[in-house]
Each structure stands twice: as structure tokens, then as C-alpha cells.
Design a protein around this ligand. Sequence first.
Ligand SMILES: [Zn+2]
Ligand SMILES: [Zn+2]
Length: 372
Amino acid sequence: MAAGSPDVDTLPWLNPQRVARLQDALQARILVIDGAMGTMIQQHGLDEGDYRGERFVDGFDAAYLPEAGHVHGASCGCSHDQRGNNDLLSLTRPEIIRDIHAQYLDAGADLVETNTFNSTTISLADYGLSHLARELNEAGARLAREACDAAEARDPARPRFVIGVLGPTSRTASLSPDVNRPGFRAITFDALREAYREATDGLIDGGADLLMVETVFDTLNAKAALFAIEEAFDARGSRLPVMVSGTITDASGRTLSGQTAEAFWYSLRHARPLSIGLNCALGAKDLRVHVDVLAQIADAYVSTHPNAGLPNAFGGYDETPEDMAAVLGEFARAGLLNLVGGCCGTSPAHINAIARAVGEYPPRALPALEAA
Ligand SMILES: [Zn+2]
Ligand SMILES: [Zn+2]
């Protein structure tokens, strides 16, 4: 194993039997992660009222006052449009979210990602709902847990795992959003750390089997997330396996904060993640060279869950299940993969095709890594 933080490494697993089943599965085959949540929600054609449900009928949380003495009224300023706030559906339309998880599990996913990509105080501020961060993470994990438990009850031989998702937030800690003020930062490391801590605690309480710091475009944001995760583990005296997945934001093959896949791995390796990988980004074909780099150097499992190609002129994604399965099947044949799934634009049909394409190949062998 890589050298790492001794405190966290010595903590016991929160759920040792679940981790043992996960390790066994990772040794046996390439595991399949689910696909996009957004694509599936879109098909329901939900309107503003659907997003709001009863509790948020006026565009704010009727059960919450932003400060003492505040009285909600027609022009109190609390109301926000909630359409597009997909994470809120974990509270207002939980049956839709649970059913999407179930569809991915039916399609062949071993792991499903919680509907919590934007459930941090930072991202929820756009909707005036920062105070819901912990509740949404817990609810999101619980819905995924219920879907996985139901699938396992039907087929006990096959474990299904909940990945508690921590998204990147809309703020970047290492770069200025203002070209005229290069020293300016829209967010600090400590503010990110606090937000991620709250989200992490919610995900663990809701029953996540693993945590994933996902779609990392700024390594400093990821470091804040990993720091917060370690704090949460320390406070509980136990830990979960952690996955880290970055994204490539331009054709030169770098993250937004300017790192190659190799630099990305070496700057996060100290956290000893269960897996390192790449998601979203340019589509599977253009990620291959970068996944190949990770497969060669990382003493951790390697994951990828790309978009269904590049966004087209209408913001949609054009790669069919067969297209994606052909490309990712080749990744598997080349021995690059331990975990594979889909990001933006993918559907259960994509995940089913990918699962079938990679199923015949063994998982990537870890370079000099003892199973831990
Ligand atoms: Zn108000
Ligand atoms: Zn994506």
C-alpha cells in the first residue's frame, strides 16, 4: 500500500462485512457503476410544482426560517425557482429517485451513486436551501440504500453498493473566476471543508457503503473533501472506502486546475483511496490515454464513468449504448479497468451494454498492491 495518513488507516471499517464483499467482488470482476441521474429525471417532464412538492410549495422551505424574527411572506426574498434542483427530488419525489436506482440495478449495476451531486451548502445556496445539505445527503443515501437492499434481497449472491457522491461544487479554490483579479478566490479551503464535512456525515448516516469525490476539476477542492472525510471518520472512529474521480476539462488532457492525470494521482495518493479514476469529460474515446496512465501508475483500483460522448449543439449526448460499450469493452480487454459506468447522457441501456461488454474480461491487476 502507499504510505499515507496513519490515523485514518488504522481506523476499523464502519461495516467490515460490506467492505469484505466489495473487495471480493473487485478481485473477481470488473464492477459496474450506474449511469446518469439527470437524463432519467428529464424523462419525467417535471415542472416547478413537481420539484416543490408540499413542503417547498412557495419556493422556500416552509419548515425553516433563515433568521430569528423572519416572517415568510409574498416578498420576503426566500422564494427561488426549484425546477432543475434535482437533488431536492430526494425529498419531494423520492419514488422517482428510488425507481431510477432500481432501473440501473436491473440493468446490471453493482454500485449506484446517490442523488447528491449538488447537495452541499455551497451549491444549494443557488436555490436558497443551504440548510438542507445534511438532510438531502442522508435522504439521498437512504433511497439508494433501499434500492440496493431490495436488489440484494432478490439475489443475495450479488452484493450491491451505495456510493455516496460528493460533487465538486460550483466554486474553485485554486483559481480566480475573475481574469482581472488573479489572486481572488470565490471560496476558501476551510469553507469547502466545512461543507463537505456536513455532506459526508449525511451520506454516512443514510447508509452509504463508500464515498466518492467526483468530477474533480480542481485538486484543491478534492483535498478539502478528503480532509473533511478524514475528519468525519476520525470523529466516528471508523471509516468507509473512498473513491476519487477527476475530470478532464480541455483537449490538452488537463483538469481545470491544470494537472495531467498523473499529477492528479500523485497529489491525492496520500489519502489512499480505494480507487482513482476519471469521469464526465470528453467521452470514453478521448479519456482512454488518461485512464491508461492511471492504470499504469496507480496502486489503487481504476475507475471510469464517461459521458455518452461530447455534448451536441442541443446539450444532448449522441453516443449510443453500442458505441460506448464498444469503446469501454476495449478498455477492459486492454486490462485498464476495475470499475466502469456512465456519466452525463447515459441510461440503463448504456449501462446494460457496458456491463455485457466488460463482463468477459478480468479486472485490471493492481501493481504491487496488497488487498486492503
Ligand atoms: Zn422568507
Ligand atoms: Zn458527466
